[in-house]
Design a protein around this ligand. Structure first.
Ligand SMILES: Nc1ncnc2c1ncn2[C@@H]1O[C@H](COP(=O)(O)OP(=O)(O)OP(=O)(O)O)[C@@H](O)[C@H]1O
Length: 270
C-alpha cells in the first residue's frame, strides 16, 4: 500500500465547452479544485453556474476535445457510475428540491434513507440496515430536522426541505457537497442560521462548493472564488483578488461597492 497517497483533486476541468441550444453556456472553462478547498462559484443570471453544476453532476456533457480526453475529472476519474459519484460528491440543487417536493408523496425519513439505494423513495426490495438507519438519523440531527420525520416532503417549507435534502446527501458521508443556490427562498434569519450550518459542515471536513449570486452567502470558511461571466471564467482565486468592486462590477455589469465586515463580504450597487 502507498504510505503517502496523494489525494486527487476534487474537480479538474480542462478547457470544457458546453453548448445549450444556440448558446455557448460554458466557454473553454478550466478549473481545478483541490480536495478540502471550499470554493464559491459566483455569477450573474445566465453566467453558466447551473450549466457548470450539471456538467459536474454528469447531467450535461462538454464538446468532445480533439485529443479524445474527457475535459472533466472528479476525484481523478473521468468515468463514474452516477450513484457511486453521489456517495462521494453530494449535490443539492433547486431541480432536486422540485423533484422531491412535488409529484409522488414522500415521507422525510424515507427521502433520506432511500439515498442508499440511489432512489427517490423506498420500494419493497430495499432492505434498510441498522447502519443505514443510524446514518440517516445522524444526518437529520446534524441538519437539525429530525423533528420533521413523519412529515411529507411536499408539506415542508423551502428551508426545511433543503435541510432534509442536504441530510440525504450527507447520509453517505460524502467528501464534498455541491450546493446550488442553497439560500434561495430563505428569509433573513433562516439564511443566517442556514449559513451557520454550512460553516459547521465546512469545519467538519466536508468540502463545500457553493454556487450563488450573492457575495453575502460566501461564508468565511470559503477562501476561493470562481467568478463566471457569459460562460467564461472571469476571475478565479482568493477572496481579496476576486471579491473586489472592479471584478464584481464586471461580472454583474454594474458599478458595485464591496465592504468587508470581519470575514464576511457585502456588495451593494452604487
Ligand atoms: N435548455 C437551454 N437551452 C438553451 N439555452 C440554455 C438552456 N439552458 C440554459 N441556457 C443558456 O445557457 C446560459 C447559461 O445558463 P445557466 O442556467 O447555466 O446560467 P446560471 O448562471 O445558472 O443562471 P441563473 O443564475 O439565472 O440560474 C444562459 O445564456 C442560458 O440562457
Amino acid at each position: 500500500m502507498d504510505a503517502n497517497p496523494v489525494t486527487p483533486p476534487l474537480l479538474e476541468i480542462d478547457n470544457a465547452t458546453v453548448l445549450r441550444g444556440n448558446c455557448t453556456a460554458l466557454d473553454r472553462l478550466s478549473l481545478r479544485i483541490e480536495a478540502g478547498q471550499h470554493t464559491a462559484i459566483l455569477g450573474a443570471n445566465g453566467s453558466g453556474k447551473s450549466t457548470l453544476v450539471q456538467l459536474i453532476a454528469r447531467q450535461l456533457y462538454p464538446l468532445a476535445p480533439s485529443d479524445g480526453r474527457s475535459p472533466v475529472r472528479v476525484f481523478g476519474r473521468d468515468r463514474w457510475n452516477v450513484a457511486e459519484l453521489r456517495g462521494l460528491l453530494g449535490i443539492v440543487s433547486p431541480a432536486l428540491q422540485r423533484d422531491y417536493t412535488t409529484d409522488t408523496p414522500l415521507e422525510v425519513f424515507d427521502a433520506v434513507v432511500s439515498s442508499f439505494f440511489a432512489a427517490r423513495g423506498l420500494w419493497l426490495d430495499h432492505e434498510i440496515t441498522e447502519a443505514m438507519r443510524e446514518r440517516a438519523n445522524a444526518a437529520l440531527v446534524q441538519l437539525e430536522v429530525s423533528h420533521l420525520i413523519g412529515r411529507e416532503m411536499a408539506s415542508l417549507s423551502t428551508g426545511e426541505a433543503r435541510r432534509v435534502l442536504i441530510a440525504r446527501a450527507l447520509a453517505h458521508r460524502p467528501r464534498a457537497l455541491l450546493l446550488d443556490e442553497p439560500c434561495a427562498g430563505l428569509d433573513l434569519a433562516s439564511r443566517r442560521h442556514f449559513l451557520e450550518t454550512l460553516r459547521a459542515l465546512a469545519r467538519s471536513g466536508t468540502t463545500l462548493l457553493l454556487v450563488t449570486h450573492h457575495v453575502e452567502e460566501i461564508i468565511p470558511e470559503i477562501e476561493r472564488v470562481l467568478l463566471l461571466k457569459n460562460g467564461l471564467a472571469l476571475r478565479e482565486g482568493g477572496k481579496a483578488a476576486t471579491l473586489t468592486g472592479e471584478a464584481l462590477g464586471e461580472a454583474f455589469a454594474m458599478p458595485i461597492r464591496v465592504t468587508q465586515h470581519g470575514d464576511w463580504y457585502h456588495a451593494t450597487v452604487q
